[in-house]
Design a protein around this ligand. Structure first.
Ligand code: DAT
Ligand code: MG
Length: 137
């Protein structure tokens, strides 16, 4: 067993569409533990820290604007290999092609969609998880 913690965000589109419960149900059904959970309305500085690796990319400014468009839910999530496992549960970045059975594949909308509207964030490595959990909790 390799119990880990990861940062999950239910992004503004997920909260606005009333999908927080559906997303949490998938997380809980998988057996992961909610260690902490809170509604957040991040300022730009917080998002600049969170998305530092993407600074300068074409989608960076639209991504930050989107993440400031409404509240998100931040979750400290624990479980056996949860970092990789939650990424698998979330599906690939672009919800239009994310696999069925995943959060993004099943719940991501196919119309009027921007890639950033992909419902959830999950840390991508132990280093990212430690860094991001420190930002949000
Ligand atoms: P992920 O969220 O799957 O880890 P990422 O870290 O590469 O993806 O990108 C962070 C977020 O930025 C992603 O959730 C949505 C947005 N994004 C990524 N690539 C994009 C693109 N090509 N166009 C628009 N938004 C993009
Ligand atoms: Mg990422």
């Amino acid at each position: 067993m390799a119990t880990e913690e990861t940062l999950v965000l239910v992004k503004p589109d997920g909260v606005a569409r009333g999908l927080t419960g559906a997303i949490l149900a998938r997380i809980e059904a998988k057996g992961y533990s909610l260690v902490d959970i809170r509604l957040v309305e991040p300022d730009r500085e917080t998002l600049e820290r969170h998305y530092a690796e993407h600074e300068g990319k074409p989608f960076y400014e639209p991504l930050l604007d989107f993440m400031m468009s409404g509240p998100s839910v931040a979750i400290r999530l624990a479980g056996n290999r949860v970092i990789e496992g939650f990424r698998s549960l979330a599906g690939t970045t672009d919800p239009t092609t994310a696999a069925p059975g995943t959060i993004r594949g099943d719940l991501g909308r196919d119309w009027g969609l921007k890639v950033q509207q992909n419902l959830v964030h999950g840390s991508d490595s132990p280093e990212s998880a430690a860094r991001e959990l420190d930002i949000w909790f």
